[in-house]
Design a protein around this ligand. Structure first.
Ligand code: SF4
Length: 300
């Protein structure tokens, strides 16, 4: 039962962080129009189960008027609205208030602000902190998201991980993180990765939507295209078992995906997502309608 949709309002971002799993950056294309947003919200409402809509990116504030109208439209349908931002516009607390006041006035229920070393290095007074202070002053519910650079620590106290080095910091190894952040990290054999650790591919509670129409179950892994088949129909008819990538992933993780398509799996990987992402890269041309858009794999 789908309860949340996450709208990737744009892939464009003023930053190009090393850990970004959709390869966002200043030149990234793919931005929703207002009319596309209205279509999505109408379709989400038709499902009758969706309670909340998040606006994310990229950096959604780069398209501020469209974002605001989209959020208003979602609120008018009785949906809870949240958003994720890097707060680049918070040049001062007073200025941040200007940008955030309309959100407070329309009853946005969550502002998540990226506040970590990927975005701001070690700066103490940074835009995220200013935006969080402004949100607090307005009474707008807000919190920070903090992803650290990958660190290596002793294995957690679970049988299978005991004594094995694990990678901390919260980075998920897909997208640009695979290109930029793997060096020096401990790896494990492909045979270890027999489940998808982060997404419920059988009964997804949320999906991410992009302006090309892709309905992502995980970034770059699409259920189908909502500009070809309406979102409500796609979601109602979805079954992991008949999806060529989600089926094996849901049943036996990246290892089963590799076996299903006779792909190399003798290598070593930092985590399940790293393994899964590399497998998906080799399957891109075989399943272009499901492994898309190519730009989230760092390709043209
Ligand atoms: S294992 Fe694959 S599908 Fe699951 S969360 Fe990781 S990258 Fe996504």
């Amino acid at each position: 039962m789908l309860t949340g949709i996450h709208i990737l309002l744009t892939f464009m971002c003023n930053e190009a962080c090393d850990h970004c799993f959709v390869f966002s950056g200043p030149n990234a294309k793919g931005t929703f129009t207002l009319s596309q947003l209205r279509t999505v919200l109408d379709e989400a409402t038709k499902l009758g189960t969706v309670e909340s809509v998040y606006f994310e990116g990229g950096e959604p504030f780069l398209f501020y008027p469209t974002m605001i109208e989209g959020m208003r439209s979602a609120r008018s349908k009785g949906l809870k609205v949240g958003l994720v931002t890097n707060a680049y516009y918070a040049t001062s607390e007073e200025d941040a208030e200007l940008w955030l006041r309309p959100l407070y006035e329309m009853g946005v229920s969550d502002l998540s602000v990226s506040d970590d070393s990927f975005h701001f290095g070690k700066e103490k007074d940074n835009p995220a902190k200013r935006a969080l202070a402004a949100a607090k002053k307005l009474g707008l519910p807000a919190s920070s998201i903090c992803i650290g650079k990958p660190t290596v620590k002793a294995g957690i106290d679970k049988k299978k991980d005991k004594g094995v080095p694990v990678v901390g910091g919260g980075v998920i190894f897909r997208g640009r993180a695979v290109e930029k952040l793997l060096e020096g990290l401990p790896r494990r054999p492909g045979e270890d990765f027999t489940e998808c650790p982060h997404e419920d591919l059988k009964e997804p509670k949320r999906v991410h939507l992009d302006a090309y129409g892709n309905v992502h179950l995980c970034q770059g892994l699409s259920m189908g295209n909502m500009w070809q088949t309406p979102l409500s129909e796609l979601v109602s008819n979805y079954s992991a078992d008949s999806h060529p990538i989600c089926g094996p992933l849901a049943e036996g993780g990246p290892l089963l995906l590799a076996k299903e398509y006779n792909l190399e799996h003798q290598g070593e990987y930092v985590d399940a997502c790293h393994f899964c992402y590399l497998l998906r890269l080799t399957l891109l041309s075989r399943f272009p309608e499901y492994l898309t858009p190519r730009q989230v794999y760092g390709l043209e």
